[in-house]
Design a protein around this ligand. Structure first.
Ligand code: NAD
Length: 353
């Protein structure tokens, strides 16, 4: 199994180095993993004048999965838009046809005090949001700003084809099958035709997954339920704009950005795995960053692309163990726990593995 390793900028290289340690340990225990590094983002611009150098894209396409750190930094903010680091990320997602974005929101009981919600509401939270990533009002045509009846109007088109809904629904049902066989489809079918179609197609797809308990919820209610009683959810599937908002809301239930992994998958479950946070230039090169989101991204890669469930569980158990041991990077440190650096956290996970 070939993994393209793209550390990127800022804290990217530090956190990815810890995840690579973990993958090397799995490889030395017999998992056939081959890793190759390439630059992306600002590092891609520095190396080849392009935030997504052709060689990096070729490597990503030739690999089974991609592990990415983060991109961006003040050094690159003045570049023309097409040369900015973030553009490299958007392009690689598009080039690889990554239409399903998986955003787990998981709160370890040891970190429950990091949430702004009461511990009993969030402790043990474990939600997976599957967000459609390449359609919806963000891409629908026509769009624009024009003058009508003497004043400017802005307009976008919320649009989903049956095939777009069907493929993301299949991904979500597949994930529900790997978890607790519970799926909630979120839309706004009471007012939007686009959502009406979404709901119909999801119900059609559900016939292929009779073991999964499917429910439906309007997005406004879902936004409320996520803060009222988030533990009622297991897997949520939703469109691009609703998913954009709900996945950020759900991640903040956990209160710790350095702990959250993500994946973006194509139709063959090939995927790009990355922490949800950015390149954190404020703490870059100080060995302070939390590498756990990146290490947990490797666990997701094992589960969803490489079909190595045992390896995924081993990594997740190792992360749980270091948290239970009281080890914390600065971002999740609380009194009474032991503050460790980025590389010390990586070493601790390795030892626990
Ligand atoms: P950020 O996520 O980089 O940082 C927000 C805050 O969280 C900062 O205080 C940072 O120190 C902290 N933080 C983030 N990750 C952490 C970790 N692993 N451990 C400890 N603390 C952590 O967001 P930002 O500051 O808005 O953006 C910084 C740069 O990152 C920008 O150039 C932005 O464009 C880029 N960015 C990249 C991605 C990505 O690569 N996917 C996502 C978001 C932002």
């Amino acid at each position: 199994m070939k993994i393209a390793v793209l550390p990127g900028d800022g804290i990217g290289p530090e956190i990815v180095a810890q995840a690579v340690k973990v993958m090397k340990a799995l490889a030395s225990d017999g998992l056939k993993l081959e890793m190759e590094e390439a630059p992306i983002g600002g590092a891609g611009y520095d190396a080849a004048g392009d935030p997504l150098p052709a060689t990096t894209l070729a490597l990503a396409k030739a690999s089974d999965a991609v592990l990415l750190g983060a991109v961006g930094g003040p050094k690159y903010d003045a570049l023309d838009r097409p040369l900015r680091p973030e553009r490299g990320l958007l392009r690689i997602r598009k080039e690889m046809n990554l239409f399903a974005n998986l955003r787990p929101a998981l709160l370890y009981p040891e970190l429950a005090s990091a949430s702004t919600l009461r511990p009993e509401v969030v402790a043990g939270l474990d939600i997976m949001i599957v967000r459609e990533l390449t359609g919806d009002v963000y891409f629908g045509q026509p769009r624009g700003i024009e003058v009508r009846d003497g004043e400017r109007v802005g307009f976008n088109t919320m649009l989903y084809s049956e095939s777009e809904v069907r493929r993301v629904a299949h991904v979500a049902f597949g994930i529900a099958m790997k978890r607790n066989k519970k799926l909630c489809s979120v839309e706004k079918a009471n007012v939007l035709e686009c959502s009406e179609l979404w709901k119909e197609v999801v119900i059609e797809v559900a016939r292929k997954y009779p073991e999964v308990e499917l429910s439906h919820m309007y997005v406004d209610n879902a936004a409320m339920q996520l803060v009222r009683n988030p533990k009622q959810f297991d897997v949520i599937v939703t469109g691009n704009i609703f998913g954009d908002i709900l996945s950020d809301e759900a991640s903040m239930l956990t209160g710790s950005i350095g702990m959250l992994a993500s994946a973006s998958l194509d139709a063959n479950n090939k995927g790009l795995y990355e922490p949800i946070h950015g390149s954190a230039p404020d703490i870059a090169e100080k060995n302070l960053a939390n590498p756990l989101a990146t290490i947990l991204s490797v666990a997701m890669m094992m589960r969803y692309t490489l079909n190595q469930e045992a390896a995924a569980q081993r990594i997740e158990a190792a992360v749980k163990k270091v948290l239970a041991q009281g080890l914390r990077t600065a971002d999740i440190y609380t009194e009474g726990t032991k503050k460790v650096s980025c590389s010390e956290m990586g070493d601790a996970v390795l030892a626990a593995l």
